[in-house]
Design a protein around this ligand. Structure first.
Ligand code: SAM
Length: 248
């Protein structure tokens, strides 16, 4: 265990409160400071685990990210133990946690940064999809529109590895439609919803059927979703002969 100041990225449940680990609870109980995305949400988590918050909570969210991350890095340099939790899952995966890690490393490359790892929606959805998980690409949230979205979609269309994406319920059908556009309707896929919660569901079907299901759902699908798309068929990959020519 590292002595003195440190930043500890503590994974929290993505739905089921029972998934907060014993080491996560101990770290949150003993940290000098608890940095979090949303103090109200974190207070709910702390009170469910019977951990006193007191005045230890500091908000780091998209509107104050740079300044708050720099302030917290200085607290770590001053010898404090700062635990960081995001709204859900593994801090640093599509949330301000990554900024906080960079701020510490930039302030002093020797500052201790460690983690209590745990649940993350991307790993849960990937393994439940039944699609190959030995090699995969995590795309997070796609840009909402414009040339950046088109470029990312085109790359996904040609990607031979399994692709994992996050999406909000409001944009789920539109994104599945865009994916059908670049991958075709027959590409194997899965949509995982409300993972670890009471209404957990995994729809495993060709991409076109997933889109029809999401577009036809009335009322529109609720809750949090992960989209998993099978890789482009081998015929689209370079042949051994082509690779040999390319590397000579
Ligand atoms: N740090 C988190 C993690 O480790 O998974 C992800 C944070 S990101 C801001 C939130 C997105 O994660 C949601 O929009 C959804 O795509 C996905 N997500 C989080 N919890 C989920 C759950 N219980 N079921 C399905 N998807 C979930």
């Amino acid at each position: 265990m590292v002595d003195g100041g440190r930043l500890v990225l503590v994974a929290t449940p993505i739905g089921n409160l029972g998934d907060l680990s014993a080491r996560g609870i101990e770290t949150l109980r003993t940290a000098d400071v608890i940095a979090c995305e949303d103090t109200r949400r974190t207070r709910v988590l702390l009170s469910a685990a019977e951990i006193p918050g007191g005045g230890r909570l500091r908000a780091v969210h998209e509107h104050n990210e740079a300044a708050a991350a720099a302030r917290i890095a200085r607290e770590v340099a001053d010898g404090r133990v700062v635990a960081y939790v995001s709204d859900a899952g593994m801090p640093g995966i599509s949330d301000p946690g990554a900024r906080l890690v960079r701020a510490c490393i930039e302030l002093d490359a020797d500052l201790a940064v460690t983690t209590v790892p745990g649940p993350t929606a991307l790993a849960a959805a990937l393994v439940l999809s039944g699609l190959p998980a030995d090699r995969f690409v995590f795309e997070g949230f796609l840009p909402r529109r414009g040339s950046q979205r088109r470029a990312r979609l085109a790359a996904i269309g040609a990607e031979p590895r399994t692709v994992v994406l996050y999406e909000s319920p409001r944009r789920l059908a539109a994104t599945l439609g865009s994916l059908v556009g670049v991958c075709g309707p027959d590409r194997p896929a899965a949509v995982a919803r409300e993972l670890t919660k009471l209404h957990e569901e995994v729809l495993r079907a060709p991409l076109g059927a997933c889109e029809i299901f999401a577009s036809a759902a009335l009322p529109p699908p609720r809750g949090e979703h992960v989209i998993v798309v099978g890789g482009a068929p081998a015929a689209d990959e370079a042949t051994d002969g082509e690779i040999e020519v390319a590397v000579v």
